[in-house]
Design a binder for this molecule. Sequence first.
Ligand SMILES: Nc1ncnc2c1ncn2[C@@H]1O[C@H](COP(=O)(O)OP(=O)(O)O)[C@@H](O)[C@H]1O
Ligand SMILES: [Mg+2]
Length: 402
Amino acid sequence: MSDIIEEILMAATKSRIFKNRDILRPDYIPDTLPHRENEIRKLAQILAPILREERPNNVFIYGLTGTGKTAVTLFVLKHIDKKTKELNISFQYSYINCRQSDTPYRILSELASSLGIRVPFTGLATSEVYKRIIRALELKKRLLLIVLDEIDFIIKKHGDDLLYKLVRINDVLKNSKVSLIGITNDVNFVERLDPRIRSSLGEEEIIFSPYNALQLEDILRQRAREAFHDNVLGEGVIELCAAIAAREHGDARRALDLLRVAGELAEREGARRVTIEHVYKARDELERDRVQEVVHTLPLHSKLVLLAILALVKEGKITTTGEVYNTYIKICKSVRIETVTQRRVSDIINELDMLGLVNAKVVSRGRYGKTKIISINLKPDILYDALSRDPRLEPIINNIRG
Ligand SMILES: Nc1ncnc2c1ncn2[C@@H]1O[C@H](COP(=O)(O)OP(=O)(O)O)[C@@H](O)[C@H]1O
Ligand SMILES: [Mg+2]
């Protein structure tokens, strides 16, 4: 008897769809990275002095999300690390993601621990941790490469003091040498960077351009071979995932997420194959998650402005900043919330546009000058659902949604 149960349970643990789902996860680094040969070559050339025990130039890497910056960097470093071990070179690298380690203290303590120094979670001054790092670097000759990924997060929150210290660190070191790789997804951030830091960090620069649909297809196909069982992917599935992601600035992460979620939906339904319908459903599900996450972090008045836009769109009006402002005032009055200025509402509209929640387009109206037209591409229900998670907004939403 127990054999039968055992058999059923065993079958349940095996997926009909996935051979290895983890291969589609964002932190998996594949053995080959199609369409990034030039970037890999360039980075490897820049870092090659490490193999002669020389300090390589600092590198600044930028490009939109999902263009392979993190994957390429870790891929090249993995190979260099292996080579230096074979050659007995005292090299090491420390990879730090500044979105996760988002204070100077955390970054330095991660750096310290990668050098084998133990640092308490809190309690020390940041300058003390820095001193200990210097001491460790002076004690033993080493070549250290620090990778600061998503570096814009730390600078936007805490300014550029830490980065300034790090790019100057070689001035205080006699024994060891340090190089930096800074990576950012925020292309505008590059322009705002202090010129002194920009020139030291950007001794070398590599720009990653977005993938096109055909390149994304290659990337997906290669990952799908290992991730899915044979003949599980229906016709057009890979092409559709690639096309959707290509339309959104060529983000490989988006493409892989779509494929993974489509597979998960197929599996949950007990389907034998993944179809393009699963991909469309996956797109909606991912969009829902993304919108919910973004809306959740909005301040109250941004949510109220978004509601005003939704109300106007529902009436089918072409919406200008002035109209949004008037509707926003009405909404605020109805629930007795104090209002912000029209100027502020106009800024909020721009912020909502940058977050991809609304579209704001400046159009010329001849001799009447310029005006901003605001529209919504997302399904309104997705926005209403996200907004209604805020209990303060519930009565208003019920009113508008009808
Ligand atoms: N050329 C490529 N070949 C295979 N997978 C890739 C390629 N470029 C990106 N990826 C995958 O896409 C996802 C996003 O890439 P990532 O390097 O994290 O992008 P970025 O750091 O630029 O935001 C990761 O899962 C990564 O493995
Ligand atoms: Mg990255």
